[in-house]
Design a protein around this ligand. Structure first.
Ligand code: PHE
Ligand code: FE
Length: 272
C-alpha cells in the first residue's frame, strides 16, 4: 500500500536472484570505470555504505548507516513522484528511491530512474556533509518555489548539478552527478569526449538553460567545490531571480556559449 507521501515498502525479500545479479553486473562495471573519473566523496560513499556487498542493497540497513553519517535515510517509492512530494522528502532528509530494477536486457538504457540509478548514483554523495546539506536546502527551496512558476528553472539547477554535475579537483576534472556516475557510457563521454561544452557553473545561467532528457548532455557545468555550490545557492534568495525569470520564456539552448562566460572546454558538438 502506498502512503500519502508515496512511500512503499522496498519489498527486499521479493527481489529475484536475477534482479540481484543485475545490480551486481551494473555495480562491477561502474566500479571498474570510476577510479580517476568520480570525485573522491562518491568513491568513499560507496565504501562507507558497503554498496558492493552483493545484491540490491536493503534500504533499512543502508539507511541506518547513512543516518549515522549525515542524518539522511532512503525511502522506497514506485517511481517518479509529484514535485511537492519529492521536495518534501528532500527537505526532511529522506531520499526517495525507486525500488524496482531494470530488466537484464536494459542495462544501458531506461526511461525511469530505477534502484540502480537512485541508490548507486545518488546515495553515495549523501555521505558528503556539504552535499547532504545542499540536497536538503534544494528540497526546502523547491517547496518555497512551488507557486513561483519557475519550477523548470529550479529543475535545471538540479539537472546540471545533482544529476549531471562535474567538479574541478586538484587531480583534474571529476564527475559527481548521479546520472553520470550510474552510466557506463556517460561517465566516459562527459569527461573525455571532445563534443560537449564544459562551462564554469553560474547559478542564474544554469537556471536559464534548457536540458535534454533523451541523450548525453551537450553541456556540463563545472563547480569548484561543494562548498561553492552550497554558498552560491543557499546564500542566495531565489525570489528576485524568479522575478527576473518570470518575464523570460526563452531558455538558453543546450549548446549555447555566452560571450562573457568561463569556458573550460569548448565542445565540438560533433556528437549532437
Ligand atoms: N536559496 C534558495 C531560495 O531562496 C533555496 C535553494 C537552496 C534552492 C539550494 C536550491 C538549492 O529559494
Ligand atoms: Fe536521479
Amino acid at each position: 500500500m502506498m502512503a500519502d507521501d508515496y512511500t512503499i515498502p522496498q519489498g527486499w525479500d521479493r527481489y529475484t536472484d536475477e534482479e540481484h545479479r543485475t545490480w551486481d553486473t551494473l555495480y562491477e562495471r561502474q566500479v571498474k570505470l570510476l577510479p580517476g573519473k568520480a570525485e573522491q566523496s562518491f568513491i568513499d560513499g560507496l565504501k562507507a555504505l558497503d554498496l558492493g556487498r552483493g545484491g540490491i542493497p536493503n534500504f533499512e540497513t543502508m539507511s541506518d548507516e547513512l543516518e549515522s553519517l549525515t542524518g539522511w535515510r532512503v525511502v522506497a517509492v514506485p517511481g517518479l513522484v509529484p514535485d511537492e512530494v519529492f521536495f518534501d522528502h528532500l527537505a526532511n532528509r529522506r531520499f526517495p528511491a525507486g525500488n524496482f530494477i531494470r530488466r537484464a536486457d536494459q542495462l544501458d538504457y531506461l526511461q525511469e530512474p530505477d534502484v540502480f540509478h537512485d541508490v548507486f548514483g545518488h546515495v553515495p554523495m549523501l555521505t558528503n556533509p556539504v552535499f547532504a546539506d545542499y540536497m536538503q536546502a534544494y528540497g526546502k527551496g523547491g517547496l518555497r518555489s512551488l507557486d513561483s512558476g519557475c519550477l523548470k528553472n529550479l529543475a535545471a539547477l538540479y539537472w546540471y548539478t545533482v544529476e549531471f554535475g562535474l567538479i574541478q579537483t586538484d587531480d583534474g576534472l571529476r564527475i559527481y552527478g548521479a546520472g553520470i556516475v550510474s552510466s557506463a557510457s556517460e561517465s566516459v563521454f562527459s569527461l573525455k569526449d571532445p563534443s560537449p561544452h564544459r562551462l564554469h557553473f553560474d547559478l542564474e545561467r544554469v537556471m536559464r538553460t534548457d536540458y535534454r532528457i533523451d541523450d548525453f548532455q551537450q553541456t556540463y557545468f563545472v563547480i569548484d567545490s561543494y562548498e561553492d555550490l552550497f554558498h552560491a545557492t543557499v546564500d542566495t534568495d531565489f525570489g528576485p531571480i524568479y522575478e527576473r525569470l518570470q518575464g523570460v520564456d526563452e531558455k538558453y539552448p543546450v549548446d549555447t556559449i555566452l560571450n562573457e562566460e568561463e569556458v573550460i572546454h569548448r565542445g565540438t558538438q560533433d556528437y549532437a
